[in-house]
Design a protein around this ligand. Structure first.
Ligand code: SAM
Length: 326
């Protein structure tokens, strides 16, 4: 076109017909701008596509978890139904209608497996009713004889949660020795059946929304709670292994997971193998009360102390240090 334009005398007319060189430069710049924009939009689209793929993968993973949980729930329901249909079925628990907590505990307790007396069950329920806070736990649940009274009291408290920490495992139960007869009994008891009786009782009493099952030995459960930084219990009932070492470890290791002014309840404080755990609590906490019902039933409640904040109360720490070093 340049050659044609050179031979033509009427440059102005040709420019109007074919466009000037300046017009061409503008068109070229504009085209390259559009091309750059197109590249940019394509990159943005690719980024959005990648994000959509990522979100879809997360949704798929969550769907898989939900499906897995649904399978576990179905399996448990099938196990319970099979047990109910069988000869050794745990009986259906029928809490009485009406709202009186003590009456409900009186009616339900004889139907649960375990060792908690009526006096202790009512005492635990009263602690739950009167305590401040909503985070409750029990180490050593067995058939729920002490946990279910606490959960019946907790369900009236908005936001309350009762963690049931129990492996229902014969090998864990005898990992540390207590006495020959006791260990033999724990080696043989059908803990799977006891577990199903507990789950069945939780459902019959309408406590599924309040009770959370942690099917682990206490040491492993503690690590899980420690990972939830800042989680603190307001009330913890320790009634797991009564072997000297494990009972002491349960008290020592779970104490830092208690809220200040929280309540720790220790069972069987009259047992020789539980003495060290009890002494540790008496030294580290304020004793609320210790009960001996006779016929070997004994337990105590201990209030955790407020830890002085280091930055705010240096003099408190100095006192504490001098006590420790004395
Ligand atoms: C005395 S029974 C609990 C009784 C129940 N709290 C009641 O009042 O009926 C002790 C329970 O602790 C459980 N246990 C034993 N070793 C444990 C451990 N290391 N961690 C958690 N629970 C354990 C046993 O399986 C058993 O069910």
């Amino acid at each position: 076109m340049a050659a044609l334009k050179r031979n033509m005398p009427m440059n102005g007319l040709m420019d109007r017909v074919f466009g000037s060189e300046a017009d061409h430069a503008v068109v070229k710049d504009y085209t390259s701008l559009l091309e750059q924009q197109a590249v940019m939009y394509q990159a943005m689209l690719a980024e959005q596509d990648a994000k959509i793929c990522e979100t879809q993968a997360v949704v798929r993973a969550r769907e898989a978890v939900v499906r897995e949980r649904e399978t576990v729930v179905r399996e448990r329901e099938a196990e319970i139904n099979a047990l109910r249909a069988g000869r050794d079925a745990p009986g259906r628990i029928t809490p009485p209608p009406g709202g009186d907590l003590a009456d409900c505990i009186r009616a339900v307790l004889p139907q649960l497996e375990g060792w908690c007396s009526l006096q202790k069950a009512l005492w635990l329920a009263e602690l739950v009713t009167k305590m401040s806070g909503t985070r409750i736990g029990e180490i050593g649940v067995y058939g729920g004889k002490s946990l279910i009274p606490m959960a019946l009291a907790a369900r009236n408290r908005p936001g309350a949660m009762v963690y049931a920490i129990e492996p229902w495992s014969n090998s864990v139960a005898v990992e540390q020795a207590t006495s020959g007869d006791n260990d033999q009994w724990w080696r043989e008891v059908d803990l799977n059946k006891v577990k199903l009786g507990f789950i069945s009782a939780v459902m019959d009493c309408g406590l599924a929304g309040v009770v959370k099952l942690i099917e682990l030995p206490s040491d492993e459960a503690r690590c899980a709670f420690q990972a939830m930084r800042g989680y603190r219990f307001d009330l913890l009932h320790i009634d797991g292994s009564h072997a000297e070492g494990q009972a002491l470890a349960d008290v020592k290791d779970w104490l830092p997971l208690m809220a200040p002014d929280g309540i720790l309840v220790l069972d069987d404080i009259g047992w020789e193998t539980v003495t060290k755990a009890r002494d540790y609590l008496c030294a580290a906490c304020d004793v609320i009360g210790e009960v001996s019902e006779g016929s070997g039933v004994s337990y105590g409640a201990y209030r955790t102390r407020q830890a002085p904040a280091l930055a705010e109360k240096p003099e408190a720490w100095a006192t504490l240090l001098s006590e420790v070093l004395a």
